[in-house]
Write a protein that binds this ligand. Structure first.
Ligand code: UD1
Length: 419
């Protein structure tokens, strides 16, 4: 099994480009199922989760090719509506294919995605919404048999929580529905607006994406288009964390700075200088120690993103004073805390709250990536720590960061991958 080996304590210096957003690429790839003709998705990162989404597309009968960062999908001959259990399990967010498949071929047979590293991962909001749109869903021992007679039907849907995945599933199912769909309390994440932009470019009529109420007037058919995936705001945040934790001076480039508005104030509170320009953010860490943060509360966008909680915790572990974290989105998202503790971090967990009492130094250790962003936190901690850190189980990190060791090395990071 591959592992990352890091020798820490080098302040990172220099510029680093951010790749396209994983969390946009996955629903966009699902959306290509709806299109007639060949779609080109540019800036589509080379990640294992993206490869899994492409496998699902191939399984459904799409022609899929990758040319560098561009993925070409031709869904003209979509034949199947079934996704095998093994592919569903490879990526929990594969549930977002349901709305698109059902709308395109009228039926879908998939397995229930089940729980994951972040705790239970229910899909009740997805299913309730899709049923309102006319999908008949039979749940049978972990599998879902779904059918719709004719087109999906427009409906008025109010989400009890602004779920990102459920909002995406509704957009995909409603784009070619008969009639108008209104989503109240929709998720407002930038990835939702990216999906709506794509659908509109294909001929859909989606308004209000990025706001709490989205209106989708169903159209009969979507054509293919070319689209460029938005930058990955969580990858950008992670690189900034690596800069802050090592006392460095880094510029993350090719980002949308507006998407980072909920994150950047935390770095400033910690005593970093943050300078934003058109499409880049430069972070200069303080000369002395970082300061603790009063509280980091994860919230739906535009609040502080749950996906950046773990990497920021690695930075807070080194700050002067105690930082309070409150995880409001997922039930079990502190698995990295125990791994950071192996490196000398002092973290107390109490349900959804984590108290991080900063220490002057972290020390290299053998640690395990427990999940994607938890793994990224260990990279940031390892780069700052004295001595050598070995991170095992890095398949989690590869789900969301394109060859992270190669990305960080030009900044002076001493990090490499070993078999
Ligand atoms: C997406 C992101 C993930 C991010 C999360 C929150 C992708 C591929 N993943 O995940 O990186 O951490 O948004 O920003 O885009 N919930 C229910 N029932 C449902 C659906 C969700 O109870 O039917 C709950 C979840 O258990 C969780 C919360 O709602 O506690 C948020 O989930 P959701 O916004 O749906 O996240 P995902 O779309 O799964």
């Amino acid at each position: 099994m591959e592992r990352l080996v890091i020798s820490g304590e080098t302040p990172l210096q220099g510029g680093i480009d951010v790749h396209g957003a994983k969390n946009s690429s996955l629903p966009l790839l699902a959306a290509t199922v709806l299109c007639h003709g060949q779609t080109a998705l540019h800036n589509c990162p080379e990640l294992s989760d993206v490869a899994a989404a492409c496998e699902i597309l191939s399984y459904l009968g799409c022609q899929v090719e990758r040319e560098g960062r561009t993925v070409l999908v031709d869904a003209t001959n979509v034949t199947g509506g079934a996704v095998p259990d093994s592919l569903m399990r490879e990526m929990r967010s594969s549930i977002v294919f349901l709305g698109a498949i059902a709308a395109r071929v009228g039926h879908a047979d998939i397995s229930f995605p089940g729980g994951c590293e972040l705790g239970p991962r229910p899909i009740d909001l997805h299913l309730r919404a899709l049923r309102k749109l006319g999908l008949e869903i039979r749940e049978d021992r972990g599998s879902l048999e779904c059918t719709v007679s004719g087109r999906m039907k427009g409906a008025n849907i109010t989400l009890s929580f602004p779920s990102v995945g459920a909002t995406e599933n509704i957009l995909l199912a409603a784009a070619t529905a008969d009639g108008t769909t209104v989503i109240n309390n929709a998720a407002q994440e930038p990835e939702i607006a990216d999906l709506a932009d794509f659908l509109n470019r294909c001929g859909a009529d989606v308004r209000g994406a990025g706001e709490g109420v989205i209106t989708i007037r169903g159209v009969e058919r979507l054509e293919s288009c070319e689209h460029t995936v938005i930058p990955d705001r969580i990858v950008a945040a992670t690189y900034l964390c690596c800069g802050a934790a090592t006392g460095g001076d880094v510029e993350v480039r090719k980002v949308n700075t507006a998407h980072l508005a909920g994150i950047l104030p935390i770095f400033e509170e910690m005593g970093c200088q943050v300078k934003t320009s058109n499409d880049s953010v430069r972070l200069i860490a303080p000369k002395g120690r970082l300061k603790s943060v009063r509280d980091v509360r994860t919230m739906p966008y535009p609040g502080f993103p749950t996906d950046a909680q773990a990497p920021i915790m690695a930075v807070a572990a080194l700050a002067d004073g105690t930082s309070v974290f409150v995880e409001n989105i997922f039930e079990s998202r502190y698995k990295h805390a125990a791994e950071l503790a192996r490196m000398g971090a002092r973290i107390k967990l109490e349900g959804r709250v984590a108290l991080v009492e900063g220490v002057p130094k972290l020390y290299g250790a053998q640690v395990m990536a427990t999940d994607l962003r938890g793994g990224a936190a260990l990279v940031a901690a390892g780069l700052a720590a004295e001595g050598q850190t070995v991170i095992q189980d890095i398949k989690h990190i590869d789900r969301g960061y394109e060859r992270i060791e190669e990305a960080l090395r030009p900044l002076g990071a001493n990090i490499h991958r070993e078999l």
